[in-house]
Ligand binder design. Structure first.
Ligand SMILES: *Cc1c(COP(=O)(O)O)cnc(C)c1O
Length: 390
């Protein structure tokens, strides 16, 4: 086994501070063969051979047809492309977008940039997601032109339920599956018949290329439309067939993505090792930990019993020099940019946002460090006693 330094990783922080994320993407030498191909072809952009190869290889890896995968330059752009393609093809003119309050800000940003007014929904306590059946009788359903369900932290949601919702209501649905790629690589997940998924290849996700994204759909007509949206409206000619923008993945990003795919069996094993170490350490405590495969490998979450318990755990993490992150903040309505959005009552989102803490999670996080982290996560009772003493 190489030491982190010999493996080319930056040396560990000598103060012993543990960062929340420390992404690790393919090293330069693994990129060189792909970069040489770019030198030879002198194709740098516009769905070149490396982008083509990456899409084909990912499709194969996911057990999908080649035309079920479309690359783009971020997960946010994948959402935008899928939203616009759905709208173009459905002809639906509803201006309201329903989305969960508990998500990363990009979900709302993507909908707003496509011209929708957003209305925030509460999540279900046991899935942290919006359930399709709960929406069928929403009082504002007649205004709704788009629903954006989110798979939080890559936790799988009811994909077929959303397909049925779409089939019964005719309302366009786009799934924010930004953190789901590792989960989708496991056999057994069946993509919905037509509704698209948007995936992120951001460096902090389990499979990354720096900045990048994918639109996945078994509906090839929908992906053709998304292709146009991301290609200034062009498809096969220089005439814009739809209002588009440039969201394409470059050949350089595809080089990184291909190298990431080459090494992903190893990286995936590293994610698993970290998840198992967390789960093992967690079993010896009374705290609830969430790790892969329930969520994406790039996250390790602790679920506190209540807000007071969460505060006590955070204080101990801070004192121990361990970084943590509330990846979704306090939910969308807690961000100034989205504080004025209309919303349903959001008690569950607020409660979950206050109780879920993102712990350090990266491929070379040492088992000893995981032990140190979990040791800071006092059980609820101890936290209460500590609070009543001070
Ligand atoms: C990462 C993420 C995004 C955004 O993806 P980018 O590639 O950073 O644009 C959107 N939604 C969720 C839930 C995410 O986790």
């Amino acid at each position: 086994m190489l030491t982190p330094e010999a493996d080319g990783m930056p040396p560990r922080d000598p103060s012993g501070r543990i960062p929340v994320a420390r992404p690790s993407l393919p090293r330069a030498e693994t990129l060189v063969p792909y970069l040489r191909r770019i030198d030879e072809t002198r194709i740098y952009s516009n769905h070149g051979p490396l982008v083509d190869l990456f899409e084909a290889r990912i499709a194969e890896r996911l057990g999908l047809g080649k035309h079920a995968v479309l690359s783009c330059n971020s997960g946010t752009m994948a959402l935008v492309a899928a939203i616009r393609a759905e709208r173009n093809l459905s002809g639906h003119r509803g201006r309201l977008c329903l989305l969960p309050a508990y998500t990363f800000v990009a979900t709302a940003g993507a909908a707003q940039s496509c011209g929708y007014d957003c209305h925030l929904l509460d999540i279900a306590p046991d899935t942290w997601a919006v359930e399709p059946a709960a929406l069928r009788h929403h009082p504002r359903l007649s205004e709704v032109g788009l629903v954006l369900p989110v798979a939080p932290y890559g936790r799988m949601i009811d994909l077929q339920g959303w397909q049925e919702f779409h089939d019964k209501t005719g309302i366009p649905v786009v799934i924010d599956a930004a953190a789901c790629l590792d989960r989708l690589m496991h056999p057994g997940t069946v993509l919905p018949r037509s509704i698209p998924l948007a995936v992120s290849l951001h460096a902090t996700k389990s499979f990354g290329c720096g900045e990048g994204g994918l639109v996945l759909s078994r509906d090839t007509g929908l992906l053709r439309e998304a292709y146009k949206v991301l290609n200034n409206g062009f498809l096969g000619s220089r005439e814009a067939q739809t209002a588009g923008l440039n969201g394409k993945m470059s050949e350089y990003a595809a080089a990184v993505a291909l190298a990431e795919l080459d090494g992903f069996a190893r990286k995936s094993a590293q994610w698993t090792k970290v998840a198992v170490a967390y789960a093992d350490a967690g079993r010896e405590t009374e705290v609830t930990l969430w790790t892969a495969p329930q969520i994406s490998g790039c996250y390790a979450l602790v679920e506190a019993a209540n807000a007071g318990h969460a505060a006590a755990m955070k204080a101990r993490l801070v004192a121990a020099g361990i970084d943590f992150r509330n990846w979704y903040g306090g939910g969308l309505s807690a961000h100034p940019a989205y504080a004025r959005l209309s919303h349903d009552p959001l008690p569950v989102s607020a409660d979950v946002a206050a109780r879920i803490i993102g712990l350090p999670c990266f491929t070379d996080l040492a088992k000893a460090d995981i032990g140190r982290i979990v040791a800071c996560l006092s059980p609820p009772l101890a936290a209460q006693m500590q609070a009543s003493r001070s």
